[in-house]
Design a protein around this ligand. Structure first.
Ligand SMILES: *[C@@H]1O[C@H](CO)[C@@H](O)[C@H](O)[C@H]1NC(C)=O
Ligand SMILES: *[C@@H]1O[C@H](CO)[C@@H](O)[C@H](O)[C@H]1NC(C)=O
Ligand SMILES: *[C@@H]1O[C@H](CO)[C@@H](O)[C@H](O)[C@H]1NC(C)=O
Ligand SMILES: *[C@@H]1O[C@H](CO)[C@@H](O)[C@H](O)[C@H]1NC(C)=O
Ligand SMILES: *[C@@H]1O[C@H](CO)[C@@H](O)[C@H](O)[C@H]1NC(C)=O
Ligand SMILES: *[C@@H]1O[C@H](CO)[C@@H](O)[C@H](O)[C@H]1NC(C)=O
Length: 325
């Protein structure tokens, strides 16, 4: 035998369920139908019974009836959420019919206190070829599941991040960008934008932004195709080119036939060439050094060559000399 009290409870249950039934849209209309409100802000919501046929229309907050209307078709609620889990429900009492309720969907938001970006791993500068990681910290934002973080490199979007944390209270979150960095990225600006976005039904709030300029260090590379052999008419001049770029900018050094020339520029002018000489240039920074060997060969005309012959097409004497290498 079941105890009487339990039997009574079982009989009551269907009634309780009915009392909790959801009002259909023709019976109760909430305007606005959902609320997105800033913490500490204010919004007014009307709950209307279009037929104006009821014994009372209420707003409750889950524990207490906060607004009540018996003689009008609607009841207004002024919502000033100071609670991250604010709740509101409209309740309709009907003669000869079951009571019904409708929950108001409330989103209480708070913009971030701030956004901060910094590199992790390589704080000062990064070396080409290394994976670069940037972290963007977003502090005290709610609800974080409606936050979008967009990453840009020089104004071009490269990543979009979002969060699955369902906490309604303000939380701090981080987004991490991992990129392969190359010398082209030296001076590039990375930007992260954190924004609460309730579209398409709600507002898109202002974005909070942090930026970071990346400095990429790399070993020198020659910028010009340097001819390895110069053939110079005797007593003429030639400019040797060792142009290279790197970060930090490379310094240069030259040797002539293996002897340091105490020359420290990227270009070197050799005047009055009259011997075959081997030059070496070095471009170096603290990440590496590159060298280039340049042959300068003097082209000597036989003293008997008539002046007119010196204006002949270059091909024949040059060919002769080239063959002698
Ligand atoms: C709520 O109802 C009042 C009275 O009819 C009206 O003035 C107000 O604009 C309504 N507010 C909304 C949000 O519908
Ligand atoms: C409902 O409102 C009453 C009266 O304003 C308040 O005391 C109570 O804490 C509220 N309950 C909730 C769950 O907000
Ligand atoms: C970055 O480099 C790593 C290792 O070289 C490679 O596996 C990865 O695919 C690269 N990522 C991108 C985005 O290029
Ligand atoms: C907030 O984000 C969740 C998860 O993406 C989504 O279901 C919900 O509709 C969003 N809230 C608003 C008010 O847009
Ligand atoms: C960062 O880069 C941007 C765009 O390239 C430039 O305008 C800005 O002056 C740089 N900021 C710093 C601190 O170098
Ligand atoms: C070579 O350079 C010297 C010194 O700069 C200059 O006086 C001379 O005119 C140059 N010779 C030629 C052929 O350009």
């Amino acid at each position: 035998m079941m105890p009487l009290s339990m039997l009574g409870l079982l009989m009551l249950m269907p009634l309780l369920c009915d009392a909790d039934s959801t009002c259909t849209d023709d019976v109760l209309i909430l305007n606005p139908s959902k609320v997105i409100v800033e913490y500490g802000g204010e919004v007014i919501v009307n709950c209307t019974n279009p037929e104006d046929d009821h014994d009372g229309i209420y707003w409750t907050n889950g524990t207490t009836d906060v607004e009540k209307e018996e003689y009008r078709a609607f009841v207004s609620l002024t919502l000033t959420p100071s609670d991250w889990d604010a709740r509101a429900q409209c309740k309709l009492m009907r003669t000869g019919n079951v009571d019904c309720t409708k929950d108001l969907e409330i989103t209480v938001y708070k913009n971030p206190d701030g956004v901060d970006m910094f590199p992790i791993k390589h704080v000062e500068a990064t070396v080409e070829g290394m994976q670069y990681q940037l972290q963007c910290d977003i502090s005290e934002v709610a609800p974080v599941q409606n936050l979008t973080v967009r990453w840009y490199k020089d104004n071009e979007i490269i990543m979009i991040d979002s969060f699955t944390n369902t906490n309604k209270l303000p939380v701090s979150e981080s987004s991490i960008l991992t990129v392969n960095i190359s010398r082209k990225d030296n001076g590039a600006q990375f930007r992260c934008e954190a924004q609460l976005d309730f579209e398409p039904f709600g507002p898109k709030l202002p974005a909070f932004v942090a930026t970071h300029n990346v400095s990429v260090r790399y070993a020198p590379v020659f910028t010009n195709d340097i001819p390895e052999v110069h053939i110079v008419e005797e007593d003429n001049n030639v400019t040797l080119d060792c142009e290279a770029e790197g970060h930090p900018p490379p310094h240069f050094q030259w040797t002539r036939d293996g002897v340091n020339m105490m020359e420290y520029t990227d270009k070197l002018i050799i005047t009055q060439v009259n011997t075959n000489t081997i030059y070496t240039c070095i471009a170096a920074n603290d990440l590496g050094r590159i060298t280039k060997t340049i042959h300068v060969n003097a082209m000597r005309y036989p003293p008997t060559t008539p002046a007119a012959a010196r204006n002949m097409p270059e091909a024949s004497p040059l060919e002769g000399i080239l063959l002698s290498f």
